[in-house]
Write a protein that binds this ligand. Sequence first.
Ligand SMILES: [Zn+2]
Length: 150
Amino acid sequence: MSNKHIKVNAIKNGTVIDHIAAGKVLKVIEILNLNDNNSVMMGMNLSSNKIGKKDIIKIENRELSQEEANSIALISPKATLIIIKDFEVAKKMELEVPDKIEKIVVCPNPKCITNLEDVVTKFKVDHENQTVRCMYCEKKYELEHLKIKI
Ligand SMILES: [Zn+2]
Protein backbone atom coordinates (compact mmCIF):
# COMPACT_ATOMS: atom_id res chain seq x y z
CA MET A 1 0.00 0.00 0.00
CA SER A 2 1.63 3.22 -1.10
CA ASN A 3 0.83 6.61 0.33
CA LYS A 4 -0.28 7.69 -3.11
CA HIS A 5 -3.45 5.69 -2.70
CA ILE A 6 -4.31 6.98 0.75
CA LYS A 7 -5.64 10.48 0.81
CA VAL A 8 -4.31 11.11 4.28
CA ASN A 9 -3.92 14.82 3.77
CA ALA A 10 -7.65 15.24 4.26
CA ILE A 11 -7.30 15.20 8.04
CA LYS A 12 -4.69 16.67 10.30
CA ASN A 13 -5.04 14.36 13.29
CA GLY A 14 -7.13 11.29 13.72
CA THR A 15 -7.78 7.83 12.39
CA VAL A 16 -8.44 6.50 8.91
CA ILE A 17 -10.02 3.09 8.62
CA ASP A 18 -9.70 1.83 5.07
CA HIS A 19 -10.74 -1.38 3.31
CA ILE A 20 -13.85 -1.80 5.43
CA ALA A 21 -16.09 -4.46 3.89
CA ALA A 22 -18.66 -2.69 1.69
CA GLY A 23 -21.77 -1.74 3.63
CA LYS A 24 -20.18 -2.12 7.07
CA VAL A 25 -19.15 1.47 7.71
CA LEU A 26 -22.35 2.29 9.59
CA LYS A 27 -21.66 -0.64 11.90
CA VAL A 28 -18.18 0.75 12.48
CA ILE A 29 -19.70 4.09 13.47
CA GLU A 30 -22.00 2.26 15.87
CA ILE A 31 -19.16 0.28 17.44
CA LEU A 32 -16.99 3.34 17.91
CA ASN A 33 -19.91 5.24 19.35
CA LEU A 34 -19.26 8.23 17.12
CA ASN A 35 -21.56 11.18 17.68
CA ASP A 36 -21.98 14.87 16.94
CA ASN A 37 -18.66 15.66 18.61
CA ASN A 38 -16.66 13.75 16.03
CA SER A 39 -15.87 15.10 12.59
CA VAL A 40 -16.28 12.14 10.32
CA MET A 41 -15.84 11.66 6.61
CA MET A 42 -16.95 8.45 5.05
CA GLY A 43 -17.28 6.75 1.72
CA MET A 44 -19.35 3.73 0.82
CA ASN A 45 -19.01 1.18 -1.99
CA LEU A 46 -15.80 2.64 -3.36
CA SER A 47 -13.75 0.60 -5.81
CA SER A 48 -10.79 -1.19 -4.29
CA ASN A 49 -8.10 -3.26 -5.99
CA LYS A 50 -7.64 -5.16 -2.77
CA ILE A 51 -11.17 -6.21 -1.85
CA GLY A 52 -13.44 -5.19 -4.75
CA LYS A 53 -15.85 -2.80 -3.09
CA LYS A 54 -14.99 -1.07 0.14
CA ASP A 55 -16.06 1.51 2.65
CA ILE A 56 -13.74 4.03 4.25
CA ILE A 57 -14.04 6.34 7.22
CA LYS A 58 -11.88 9.19 8.48
CA ILE A 59 -12.35 10.34 12.03
CA GLU A 60 -10.82 13.60 13.08
CA ASN A 61 -9.10 14.09 16.43
CA ARG A 62 -9.57 10.58 17.65
CA GLU A 63 -6.95 7.87 18.01
CA LEU A 64 -8.41 4.41 18.31
CA SER A 65 -7.25 2.07 21.05
CA GLN A 66 -6.12 -1.48 20.30
CA GLU A 67 -9.35 -2.74 21.79
CA GLU A 68 -11.45 -0.59 19.48
CA ALA A 69 -9.33 -1.65 16.52
CA ASN A 70 -9.89 -5.30 17.39
CA SER A 71 -13.63 -4.79 17.51
CA ILE A 72 -13.54 -3.54 13.93
CA ALA A 73 -11.63 -6.66 12.89
CA LEU A 74 -14.60 -8.68 14.11
CA ILE A 75 -16.95 -7.18 11.52
CA SER A 76 -14.37 -6.43 8.84
CA PRO A 77 -11.17 -8.48 9.16
CA LYS A 78 -9.50 -6.93 6.11
CA ALA A 79 -9.81 -3.36 7.31
CA THR A 80 -6.64 -1.34 7.70
CA LEU A 81 -6.16 1.31 10.29
CA ILE A 82 -3.98 4.38 10.00
CA ILE A 83 -3.31 6.88 12.74
CA ILE A 84 -2.60 10.37 11.41
CA LYS A 85 -0.61 12.94 13.31
CA ASP A 86 0.01 16.36 11.83
CA PHE A 87 -0.92 15.13 8.34
CA GLU A 88 1.61 12.29 8.53
CA VAL A 89 1.06 8.56 8.90
CA ALA A 90 2.06 7.96 12.50
CA LYS A 91 1.03 4.34 12.74
CA LYS A 92 -0.35 1.72 10.39
CA MET A 93 -2.05 -1.40 11.62
CA GLU A 94 -3.28 -4.42 9.73
CA LEU A 95 -6.21 -5.54 11.81
CA GLU A 96 -6.44 -9.09 12.95
CA VAL A 97 -9.08 -10.93 14.85
CA PRO A 98 -7.46 -11.56 18.22
CA ASP A 99 -7.08 -15.03 19.79
CA LYS A 100 -9.17 -13.91 22.70
CA ILE A 101 -12.04 -11.45 22.69
CA GLU A 102 -12.87 -9.69 25.90
CA LYS A 103 -15.54 -7.20 26.90
CA ILE A 104 -16.61 -5.95 23.49
CA VAL A 105 -19.01 -8.76 22.56
CA VAL A 106 -22.12 -10.11 24.20
CA CYS A 107 -22.61 -13.85 24.75
CA PRO A 108 -25.71 -14.87 22.72
CA ASN A 109 -26.71 -17.34 25.45
CA PRO A 110 -29.28 -15.55 27.66
CA LYS A 111 -28.53 -17.94 30.53
CA CYS A 112 -24.80 -17.26 30.45
CA ILE A 113 -23.47 -15.75 33.67
CA THR A 114 -22.05 -12.83 31.68
CA ASN A 115 -25.63 -11.80 30.88
CA LEU A 116 -26.92 -12.31 34.42
CA GLU A 117 -24.16 -10.85 36.52
CA ASP A 118 -21.56 -8.18 36.21
CA VAL A 119 -19.01 -10.46 34.56
CA VAL A 120 -16.75 -9.40 31.68
CA THR A 121 -17.24 -11.63 28.64
CA LYS A 122 -14.33 -13.74 27.41
CA PHE A 123 -14.26 -15.73 24.19
CA LYS A 124 -11.60 -17.95 22.71
CA VAL A 125 -11.31 -17.68 18.92
CA ASP A 126 -10.91 -20.67 16.62
CA HIS A 127 -9.43 -18.96 13.55
CA GLU A 128 -9.60 -22.05 11.36
CA ASN A 129 -13.33 -22.58 11.80
CA GLN A 130 -14.22 -18.91 12.31
CA THR A 131 -15.95 -19.74 15.56
CA VAL A 132 -15.63 -18.54 19.13
CA ARG A 133 -16.27 -20.30 22.40
CA CYS A 134 -17.58 -18.53 25.48
CA MET A 135 -15.17 -19.23 28.33
CA TYR A 136 -18.02 -19.19 30.84
CA CYS A 137 -20.92 -21.15 29.33
CA GLU A 138 -18.66 -22.97 26.85
CA LYS A 139 -21.09 -22.54 23.97
CA LYS A 140 -19.72 -22.13 20.46
CA TYR A 141 -20.78 -19.43 18.02
CA GLU A 142 -19.98 -18.41 14.48
CA LEU A 143 -17.73 -15.38 14.57
CA GLU A 144 -20.03 -13.39 12.32
CA HIS A 145 -23.04 -14.00 14.57
CA LEU A 146 -21.52 -12.42 17.63
CA LYS A 147 -23.18 -9.30 18.86
CA ILE A 148 -20.94 -6.35 19.55
CA LYS A 149 -21.54 -4.59 22.83
CA ILE A 150 -22.17 -0.92 22.22
ZN1 LIG B 1 -21.57 -17.48 27.52
